[in-house]
Design a protein around this ligand. Structure first.
Ligand SMILES: [Zn+2]
Length: 359
């Protein structure tokens, strides 16, 4: 099953049945990056070895957030109540995948949080997200709408924008909250008996009072891969519904009973007709649109003839670094979007920061 992509990440299409609404991230082709620093031109090129250039270079939404999720507290109602009423505890509203962000006087962008004691106690839609290095606890409140006003300059933002701007801690809090909100929204009824489910475990479980089933947040694994050949060229594809010039890495969802390595080879062959040999894991990225986890790979092709499926991918092309550089410069190929792991994979091969564009 191909992964969907209308969006920043990839070039694949399709998607889990319940991915209504939000575009699926990417599974294939395109995305971007947060702030590339330098990297060696050979990183990740070819087939072997995880891309060393990624080490120490956080990809948006893949870096450690500095938040301890403290999962063992989720069922402890007394602890949660005490945490909620503690004066240092912070909370923020998540609604429709958006949060409020604001610029600080020194030019950073941060998640707008408020002391929890100032917020109404709405346990029915309260998610406990964890504790930071300073012992501050964080909750998200799911609401039908964001607060009308907070600070004058605060503004709503989705993950594609905010993920590029926020600190790793704030981005980590946001992606956790957005993922829970998406899952909660899509799992209001029991998949076993059809009964209405209720929230539990501080937002991390939904229980069915009718049959007793417990339902846990779902994550859909998807593979996304930078395929290179013996001449150190990269294979990029364009989804059928993408505009001219938009290319990205191939991607797709892992199917039931399938290993992720097999999924990489299957997707590349299905979408581009290219046979892949060695596959090496690089990094992952949560992509809650609504529930994907992007697993990034470098993959080495053993054939180069391309034959697109025409259903998901309308065009697949090999690029040398010089060809891609020239294509960016002429506008023939659009620079990738900024937040997704696809851009980081391409950049790992490219060897230096890519031109990027915002979400
Ligand atoms: Zn049930």
């Amino acid at each position: 099953m191909p992964a969907d992509t209308t969006d920043a990440n990839a070039a694949a299409t399709g998607g889990p049945a319940d991915s209504q609404g939000e575009p699926e991230p990417a599974v294939t082709a395109s995305t971007t990056e947060r702030e590339p620093t330098d990297s060696s031109p050979t990183d990740g090129a070819g087939s072997s070895g995880p891309a060393s250039g990624l080490a120490g270079r956080p990809v948006a939404l893949t870096a450690p957030s500095g938040i301890d999720r403290s999962a063992h507290h989720r069922l402890d109602e007394a602890w949660l109540a005490a945490a909620w009423s503690h004066p240092t505890t912070r909370c923020f509203v998540v609604s429709g995948g958006q949060v409020l962000i604001d610029e600080t006087p020194d030019g950073r962008t941060e998640l707008v949080t408020t002391p929890s004691f100032e917020a109404p106690l709405t346990e029915a839609h309260r998610y406990f997200l964890g504790t930071d290095d300073d012992g501050v606890r964080y909750f998200a409140l799911q609401r039908d709408a964001l607060p009308g006003r907070m600070d004058q300059s605060a503004r709503p933002a989705g993950l594609r924008e905010a993920g590029l701007l926020l600190s790793d801690r704030d981005a980590g809090l946001m992606v956790h909250a957005v993922a829970l909100e998406n899952w909660q929204r899509l799992h209001r009824f029991c998949s076993r008996c059809g009964g209405k489910t209720v929230i539990a475990a501080a937002g991390h479980v939904r229980r069915c009072p009718k049959c007793g089933a417990e339902h846990y947040p779902r994550t859909d694994p998807a593979v996304i891969m930078a395929v290179t050949d013996d001449d150190d060229r990269i294979l990029l594809g364009r989804q059928v519904h993408w505009p001219e010039g938009r290319f990205s890495t191939l991607a797709g969802f892992v199917e039931p009973g399938e290993s992720i390595e097999a999924a990489v080879r299957r997707e590349v062959f299905e979408e581009a007709g290219v046979v892949v040999g060695d596959v090496s894991y690089v990094a992952s990225q949560p992509w809650p649109f609504p529930s994907s986890l992007m697993l990034g790979f470098m993959a080495h092709a053993t054939t180069t003839h391309t034959e697109v499926d025409g259903e998901e991918i309308s065009e697949a092309r090999w690029f040398s670094r010089d060809e891609l550089t020239a294509a960016f410069a002429s506008g023939e190929v659009l620079p990738p979007f900024g937040i997704s792991i696809a851009a980081r994979l391409i950049e790992t091969w490219y060897g230096r920061p890519l031109p990027t564009r915002g979400a």
